[in-house]
Design a protein around this ligand. Structure first.
Ligand code: ADP
Ligand code: ASP
Ligand code: MG
Length: 593
C-alpha cells in the first residue's frame, strides 16, 4: 500500500479548527488508499512562547533543559491531533520522538538524527492507524530528550519519509508553496512550480524559512521528493526534486537573512593555522559561520571577517577572544546592524555577468555592499540592515523573478528515480548515522589565476563598475570576494579568472584602480583551487575545520575560501596544489563515498 507523510507546521495547527482541518486531510489521504504518517509541530507560536518563558528565568538556560521544555509543544499537538482523528471516527495513535525511536546525538537544541526504528510505526500503520509523530524531537543514547533545531519538524518529516520509503512527503504550511523570495517581504514574489534540492538547500540556509535546510539535506541524500503546499487550500504547491524549474535561468530565487552580525579580526598573523585556531573555537560552540573573507594585509598580517547569526554574536565573540588570546591579533571589531542578501541558481554556474547584474541593481538602488562572497550557485552580499528590503527587491527585480521562466522539459519520472534511490537508501541506513557527513568528490583546479584590487572606495557602485568592465571584456569570473579591511572607507576586491585571461583582467583592474584611486592591484598567475563537494557541508561546520587542519599540519597557507551547502572551495598557492589535494583526500578518507 502506498505510504504518505504529511507534515503540518505551527500555523497549520494553531487552533482546534485548524487541527480538525489537518485531521480531515490525513483521513482523506487514508481513504484514498494510503497509509498515513502525520508529523506535527507545536501549535502556533508555542515554541517561541516557551523560549521566551525560559528567558524570563535565565539568559543562559541549560541546553538539556531547553530541549526538555521545547519538546512539550509538539507533545500537546500530537495528542490533540489524535483526539481530532478519533472524533472524526478514525483510528490514530500519537507518538513522541522517543516512542518512534528517533535516536540522535547529544548536541542539545541542534541534535542530528542517527537512526530511526520503523517497526512500531509500521505495525500501527498495518493495523489501520494514522500514526501521528511529534516533530522536532528525539532522544540520545542516555534517553535525554533532544531537539533538532528550530524548524526541525521538517527534518522529522523528511527523515520519516526516507526510512519508511514513503511515496510522498507533503509539507503543509501557511503559504501555498515555495516562492522566489519570502512573499511576506516582497508581495511580487512568484510561486515556483518546481525547485531543485541544491537550490532549495542554499535558499533555506540563506534565509528562506519555508523549509528547514537540514531537511533538504536529507531529501537530497535519500532522494525523497517533497511537496510544499497550503494547509488551507488544495492549490498545487511546489515540488522539491533533483531537477530545477528552468534550464536557462541564472537565478531561481533570492533570500534575506535580516539578523546577521559581522565579526572582523584585524591583524591576525598570516600563517598556516591562524584561521583554524579561530574557526575551530567557534565550531566547538556549534555556531555556524558564513561569508568567510580573508584579506592579506601588510607585514605578514591578515584581516579575517565573517558573519554569524546576530543571536550568536556574543558566544562567537567569546570564542574569537579565546583564539586571539593565544594567537595574537591587533583588534576584534563587530557590527550587528547588517543583513545578508543572496541570489541563488544552478544556472549561474554557466552564465557570465550574473554577479555584475546583481551589483548594478544594488548600486542603482543606492545600496552599499559591505562584503561579497560567491559560490558556484549563489552570490551573497552584506548590507546595512536598514537597506535590506530595498536590496532584496532590487535583486529580485533585476533577475525578473516575478516572471514565469521557460520551463525545463518534463521532470524525470519521480517513480523511476525513487526506485533507483531505494537501494541507495537501504544501503545508506545500514550501520551509518543518517545525518552523517557524506563527501562525493575532492578535486583540484589549476586553471585559474587571482587578482586583487586593494583600497577600493567603500561606496555604492564600485563592485558593479568593476564586474561590468570585466564582463564587457568577455572574462568569466569564478570566485568573488569583497572584504572588510577595517580601514574606514576602504574595501578590497579579489576574484579569480581563467589563467589565459589574467593579462586582460589585470589591464582592466589597473584601469579601474586608476579611476577609483585605489591603492594597488596585485595578482597571482599561479593558484590552486581545491573543492570538497558533498551534502550539508555548511551545517557540518567540521568540513571547513578539517580542511584547515589538514592544511595547517602540512604548512599550507589558505589564500581564499568560500563555502556553500554543497561545496567548500579553498585557494592555495599554485605550487602547493598536488600536496593540498593529497592532504584533503587523506583528511576525508573516512567519509568519501
Ligand atoms: P511552518 O510553521 O508551517 O513550518 P514556517 O513559518 O516555518 O511555517 O514557514 C512558512 C513561512 O516561510 C511563510 O509564511 C513565509 O513567510 C516564509 N518564507 C520565507 N521564504 C519563503 C519562500 N521563499 N517561499 C515561501 N515562503 C517563504
Ligand atoms: N516547533 C518547532 C519550532 O517552532 C519545530 C517546528 O515547528 O518545525 O521551531
Ligand atoms: Mg517551518
Amino acid at each position: 500500500m502506498p505510504l504518505i507523510v504529511q507534515k503540518f507546521g505551527g500555523t497549520s495547527v494553531a487552533d482546534s479548527q485548524k487541527i480538525l482541518a489537518a485531521a480531515r486531510k490525513a483521513i482523506r489521504a487514508q481513504q484514498q488508499g494510503n497509509q498515513v504518517v502525520m508529523v506535527v509541530s507545536a501549535m502556533g507560536k508555542n515554541t517561541d512562547l516557551l523560549v521566551d518563558l525560559a528567558g524570563q528565568i535565565t539568559d543562559r538556560p541549560s541546553a538539556r533543559e531547553m530541549d526538555m521544555l521545547l519538546s512539550t509543544g509538539e507533545q500537546v499537538s500530537v495528542a490533540l491531533m489524535a483526539m481530532a482523528i478519533h472524533s472524526l471516527g478514525h483510528e490514530a495513535v500519537s507518538l513522541t520522538g522517543a516512542q518512534i525511536g528517533i535516536r540522535t546525538d547529544s548536541s542539545h537544541t541542534k541534535a542530528r538524527i542517527k537512526s530511526i526504528s520503523t517497526e512500531r510505526m509500521q505495525r500501527l500503520l498495518d493495523e489501520g492507524n494514522i500514526v501521528i509523530a511529534a516533530g522536532f524531537q528525539g532522544i540520545d543514547e542516555d534517553f535525554n530528550i533532544t531537539t533538532l533545531g528550530r524548524g526541525g519538524s521538517d527534518t522529522t518529516a523528511v527523515a520519516l519519509a526516507a526510512v519508511l520509503q514513503a511515496n510522498a512527503c507533503e509539507i503543509y504550511t501557511d503559504v501555498d508553496g515555495v516562492y522566489t523570495t519570502d512573499p511576506r517581504i516582497l508581495p511580487e514574489a512568484r510561486r515556483v512550480t518546481r525547485i531543485s534540492y541544491d537550490e532549495m538547500l542554499e535558499l533555506a540556509s540563506l534565509g528562506a524559512g519555508v523549509m528547514y535546510n537540514r531537511s533538504i539535506e536529507f531529501a537530497k541524500k535519500f532522494g525523497v521528493p517533497i511537496h510544499v503546499r497550503s494547509s488551507l487550500s488544495d492549490a498545487p504547491g511546489t515540488t522539491i526534486v533533483a531537477q530545477a524549474e528552468s534550464d536557462n535561468q541564472a537565478v531561481c530565487g533570492a533570500a534575506l537573512m535580516k539578523d546577521e552580525a559581522r565579526i572582523s579580526v584585524l591583524g591576525v598573523p598570516d600563517k598556516p593555522g591562524s584561521s583554524l585556531e579561530i574557526f575551530s573555537r567557534i565550531a566547538a560552540r556549534n555556531i555556524s559561520v558564513d561569508m568567510i573573507v580573508q584579506n592579506v594585509g601588510a607585514d605578514g598580517k591578515a584581516d579575517l571577517s565573517f558573519t554569524v547569526p546576530k543571536n550568536e554574536l556574543r558566544a562567537a565573540l567569546e570564542a574569537v577572544q579565546d583564539a586571539t588570546n593565544s594567537l595574537g591579533a591587533d583588534e576584534v571589531i563587530h557590527d550587528d546592524c547588517v543583513a545578508k542578501v543572496s541570489a541563488v541558481g544552478l544556472g549561474m554556474a554557466k552564465q557570465t555577468g550574473v554577479a555584475d547584474k546583481m551589483f548594478r541593481a544594488l548600486a542603482a538602488a543606492g545600496v552599499n555592499i559591505q562584503m561579497i562572497t560567491t559560490s558556484e550557485i549563489k552570490i551573497s552580499v552584506l548590507v546595512d540592515r536598514e537597506q535590506a528590503q530595498q536590496a532584496l527587491r532590487a535583486v529580485h527585480q533585476s533577475f525578473e523573478l516575478d516572471k514565469e521562466p521557460e520551463l525545463a522539459g518534463a521532470a524525470e519520472d519521480e517513480a523511476v528515480s525513487r526506485a533507483l534511490d531505494a537501494a541507495a537508501v537501504v544501503a545508506h541506513l545500514r550501520g551509518v548515522d543518517m545525518e552523517e557527513l557524506a563527501i562525493d568528490d575532492i578535486s583540484l583546479d589549476e586553471s585559474q589565476a587571482r587578482i586583487s584590487i586593494n583600497g577600493v572606495p567603500d561606496t555604492p557602485g564600485v563592485a558593479a563598475k568593476v564586474f561590468d568592465e570585466v564582463a564587457a571584456a568577455g572574462i568569466f569570473v569564478d570566485m568573488i570576494i569583497q572584504s572588510y579591511t577595517g580601514n574606514a572607507g576602504q574595501a578590497s576586491l579579489t576574484f579569480t579568472v581563467p589563467k589565459e585571461k589574467l593579462d586582460d583582467s589585470v589591464a582592466v583592474a589597473n584601469r579601474l584602480a586608476a579611476t577609483f584611486k585605489c591603492q594597488s592591484v596585485t595578482s597571482s598567475p599561479d593558484i590552486a583551487k581545491l573543492s570538497v563537494s558533498g551534502v550539508g557541508l555548511r551545517s557540518h561546520t567540521g568540513v571547513a575545520i578539517r580542511s584547515f587542519t589538514a592544511f595547517s599540519k602540512a604548512g599550507i597557507n589558505v589564500e581564499m575560501i568560500n563555502t556553500s551547502e554543497v561545496r567548500v572551495n579553498v585557494v592555495v598557492d599554485g605550487r602547493e596544489g598536488a600536496r593540498a589535494l593529497a592532504q584533503l583526500n587523506d583528511a576525508f578518507s573516512d567519509v568519501l563515498r
